[in-house]
Write a protein that binds this ligand. Structure first.
Ligand code: GAF
Length: 390
């Protein structure tokens, strides 16, 4: 059953009536451009077919109730929340995400309570942006109940900023705006080229299958959380480097200035700057190849991105490195970790004929190393957040 229908049915079983509507948002993979978002740089995500759906009905008071359908088929309720009483720190656990969205929307005139029941299949803690899918589905649901359906692209980027604020200031995870923008603004069959500084977007066609290729996503099942230390440390490091260099953000350091910038910084900051500067350039190079219809040529840039994250930004882990190495040794044209790192998912660009070989080889290598069995799936660019027809 798809997520929207599952959420509608779960709503019916909790509330004894159908929801007023169902809104859903997808997970994402980022093809390239990692940790560049909070440095005002470039990113290139696409939406996954995996979605998180929010079935919702308005209430006559200012109470928000949220329940979620677990993968075991059981429904878990969060304690009801009174929207005017929401404060950062007042809600913990998974329900802090919907609460944070309601807290932000309150500042934009949406104060009416709602009953929400969630269901979906975006893997959690897998670097596939389940948190942003949750935030964006809830944001569209609350806005939809307030009479705003089908926001245009500009409005969607604004809503993405609101969802980011919920995650930063209410949940307490210092993330950028990549995931929320991907969830809200990606479209079927395309990667989204986003210039975070200007907010400019270009939908770049991405049809790997037409080129005889696939993007194989390999979830290492090493869980990560961005409210933990490593992500924030990297972010603070790059902000400190920008300060020391006297620029607004590392986006302002071009490839030609890189060596002199690194020379002027304390040793530990140089590699962080090198990753951001070279990664921004790799995004531009990948976009140029895709505009030319040369998907098959982006592989070396994907692998270079991984090595930069492994060696300079230091956000990989042995399981991600193994997945990337084995994929590249057994037929992939290139591979890299995707998302925030410290676990999660790797993606590999693989000729269709080699997909099974790569998948089997990675699983075997994980078994030999004593790691948990990875989960692999072919990732296809899919629609962004929307109100679902039932
Ligand atoms: C996580 C964050 F949420 C994004 O904002 C981004 O920084 C990404 O890690 C790394 O590119 O998904």
């Amino acid at each position: 059953m798809n997520s929207a229908r599952a959420a509608a049915e779960a709503f019916r079983s909790v509330h004894g009536r159908p929801p007023a509507g169902v809104w859903s948002a997808p997970g994402r993979v980022n093809l390239i451009g990692e940790h560049t978002d909070y440095n005002d740089g470039f990113v290139l995500p696409f939406a996954l077919p995996h979605r998180l759906a929010a079935a919702a009905s308005p209430r006559s008071d200012q109470v928000l109730t949220v329940a979620t359908l677990g993968s075991d088929g059981r429904i878990q309720d969060a304690a009801p929340m009174t929207i005017p009483d929401l404060r950062p720190g007042s809600v913990e656990g998974w329900s802090a995400y919907p609460a944070g969205v309601a807290w932000v929307l309150r500042d934009h005139g949406v104060e009416r309570g709602a009953d929400i029941v969630l269901a979906g299949d975006v893997p959690t803690g897998a670097g596939l942006s389940s948190s942003a899918a949750l935030e964006c589905a809830v944001a569209l649901a609350l806005l939809g109940l307030a009479g705003e359906d089908d926001p245009d692209l500009d409005r969607r980027s604004e809503i993405a900023r609101w969802a980011q604020r919920a995650e930063n200031d209410f949940v307490g995870a210092p993330t950028g705006v990549l995931d929320q923008t991907a969830a809200l603004c990606c479209i079927d069959g395309h990667v989204l080229f986003l210039d975070v500084r200007s907010g400019e977007m270009e939908q770049v066609p991405f049809d790997a299958a037409a080129a005889g290729l696939r993007i194989l996503a390999i979830d290492t099942r090493v869980k990560h959380a961005h409210s933990e230390g490593g992500y924030g440390e990297r972010r603070r490091g790059t902000e400190r480097a920008a300060d020391l260099l006297g620029v607004k953000a590392l986006r302002d350091v071009g490839p030609d200035d890189l060596d002199s910038a690194v020379d002027r910084l304390p040793g530990e900051l140089g590699p962080l700057v090198r990753h951001i500067v070279t990664e921004n350039q790799r995004v531009l190079d990948v976009v140029a190849l895709l505009r030319d219809g040369r998907i098959g040529d982006i592989g070396p840039l994907l692998t270079a991105s991984h090595l930069s994250m492994r060696d300079d930004y230091r956000i990989s882990c042995p399981e991600l490195d193994l997945a990337v190495d084995v994929a590249n040794e057994t037929g992939a044209l290139g591979a890299r970790m995707t998302g925030g790192g410290f676990g999660g998912t790797a993606i590999a660009l693989v000729p269709e004929s080699a997909v099974d070989t790569v998948e089997t080889a990675v699983a075997a290598a994980f078994a030999r190393a004593g790691y948990r069995a990875p989960r692999a799936f072919v990732a296809v660019p899919s629609p962004g957040a929307r109100r679902d027809e039932l």
